[in-house]
Write a protein that binds this ligand. Structure first.
Ligand code: HAM
Length: 491
């Protein structure tokens, strides 16, 4: 019914209007549309219930049309998306690849509520994500937030399950996240994220395994090392510099968040921010010098070869070689990432064409659990959004063709055979075949057109003379071959 509406706006009910309207609003043309009228009544009844009103059926149609109408924007809220069937097919295809790769690596799927306690996402380091939170007070006066990411929920669940978990955990999730973000290509106010996390492994083998999973995913989609790369560094590099200048550990998260803004803010501003949290000028200069390093040998020259930072990164590159993805990765000391909880190796997937924002990102977060009052357990993981990858696939011409595909279309040739057609559809569905049953009396021309739209393999015609013999007409649509088949031989 909605498709019949030519205007970009339509009339729906608004629970508030039940209480505030003192006068009838003019009737709008849509209220005469029987289809939209029935949906109006249902929606009105629901809102009446939500407002503490009586039974669902208690709202009279005249109340609906005269008092409960307003025009609403039919577009989804800014930065959010509808998923009509063609977009939903693409989303399901993408998610099935996320799931399949996770399965290949032996990960188990988990999920958490989209709505969490706000406190879970409040960290003191001045992260951007904090200012982008969709948060509010619920009816029980609790501060809650729509999750902007999945990692804090995962940490919460690990603490809650405690000793009942046998480590290491290899968990993955695909979930919707909300960030009140400035909209750019591939950045939205809601997005889905694929996360893979390994809990309980302190060795760099865990990070190497995670990047291997992402590379496997890219390869499945036809993306190569010349399309995409990973920039890798370690927060221990910054830590080493801060230690050298006796800067307290407590400042570490804050410094990382300031440094992460280096490409967005003028250098003078970055320096000012670093000074304001107590980093001395000399240390700032060394930090900035270190951040410009793009080779491990150079890093080793500055930091020496005894520190953890260099050792971890060397091991990471050596493992990448053994996994077979060396050509995908490069060392880049400027990668710090914008979340305060990372403690070790950090990485970011980027588009070599330079047109898109980060495709994915992650790292080690060995101390997140203690910030929630739990015992720390070594952990690392990544988040991979659904939006940038679709942009990249479009750019590379790698989007799959995903038409609707229903195996059979079943149609009664006369209105009196509609029940017989329902029986045929049931027989086929019980044998695992998908069926689009034509529910109204339609001319054959229409049926053929529909069969082509849904990419059906077979057209099953239920006609009187065949039905009398316990048979149906079956037409293979690719060849045009038609035959009569007994009902009990239909499969
Ligand atoms: P993140 O870097 O904030 O990390 O986000 C990970 C990925 O989510 C980004 O690289 C991008 O693909 C996608 N993403 C983030 N924000 C948006 C947005 N507004 N619109 C579209 N896509 C977006 C995290 O969230 C960490 N929790 C990842 C992690 C998991 N670290 C360890 N485990």
């Amino acid at each position: 019914m909605l498709s019949a509406i030519s205007s970009s706006r339509l009339i729906l009910n608004n629970p508030l209007l039940i209480r505030v309207l003192r006068f009838p609003i003019p009737k709008l043309p849509l209220s005469t549309n029987p289809g939209s009228f029935s949906s109006l009544s249902t929606a009105a009844a629901v809102s009446n219930n939500a407002a503490g009103g009586g039974r669902t059926g208690a709202v009279s149609p005249s109340l609906v049309t005269e008092e409960l109408q307003q025009r609403i924007d039919v577009n989804p809220p800014k930065g959010t998306r509808d998923f009509p069937p063609e977009d939903m097919r693409l989303r399901s295809w993408l998610f099935s690849n996320f799931r399949e790769v996770s399965r290949l690596f032996g990960f188990e799927e988990v999920d958490f509520p989209v709505l969490e306690s706000e406190a879970l996402f409040i960290r003191k380091a001045g992260e951007e994500i904090r200012d982008q939170l969709y948060c509010f007070e619920d009816r029980g006066n609790r501060r809650v937030a729509l999750r902007p990411e999945l990692t804090p929920s995962l940490a919460r669940l690990v603490i809650q399950k405690g000793k009942s978990l046998s480590l290491p955990l290899k968990w993955f999730a695909v979930g919707q996240c909300w960030r009140y973000e400035r909209m750019t290509r591939g950045r939205r106010r809601e997005h889905y994220q694929w996360n893979m996390d390994i809990i309980g492994v302190p060795e760099v083998t865990a990070e190497a395994e995670l990047i291997s999973a992402i590379v496997t995913f890219f390869k499945r989609l036809g993306i190569t090392a010349s399309d995409v790369g990973f920039k890798i560094s370690s927060r221990k590099v910054l830590q080493a510099v801060l230690r050298r200048y006796s800067i307290p550990e407590a400042l570490f998260g804050k410094v990382c968040i300031i440094i992460d803004k280096i490409e967005k803010l003028p250098l003078a501003e970055i320096k000012k921010e670093l000074e304001s949290v107590g980093v001395l000028e000399e240390a700032i200069d060394q930090l900035l010098q270190v951040l410009s390093i793009k080779s491990l040998t150079e890093l080793e020259e500055i930091l020496g070869d005894s520190g953890e930072a260099v050792a971890d990164l060397k091991q990471m590159f050596s493992l990448a070689d053994k996994f077979g993805y060396s050509e995908w990765i490069q060392f880049d000391a400027s990668i710090v990432r914008g979340l305060a909880y990372y403690t070790g190796i950090v990485f970011e997937g980027f588009d070599r064409g330079g047109k898109l924002r980060a495709i994915c990102g992650g790292g080690r977060y060995d101390r997140l659990l203690s910030t929630f009052g739990g015992d720390d357990i070594p952990a690392c993981g990544f988040g991979f959004g659904d939006a940038v990858i679709i942009e990249l696939l479009k750019e590379k011409g790698l989007l799959p063709e995903l038409g609707l595909q229903v195996e059979n279309i079943v149609c009664a040739l006369e209105p009196g055979l509609q029940e017989a057609a329902a029986t045929v559809a049931t027989i086929l569905r019980e044998k695992g075949q998908s069926v689009d049953l034509v529910l109204e009396s339609k001319p054959l021309k229409w049926v053929f057109k529909r069969a082509s739209r849904i990419n059906a393999n077979r057209l099953i015609l239920v006609g009187d003379s065949e039905w009398q013999k316990g048979m149906v007409g079956v037409k293979i649509l690719s060849t045009g071959v038609q035959q009569e088949i007994k009902l009990d031989e239909l499969d």
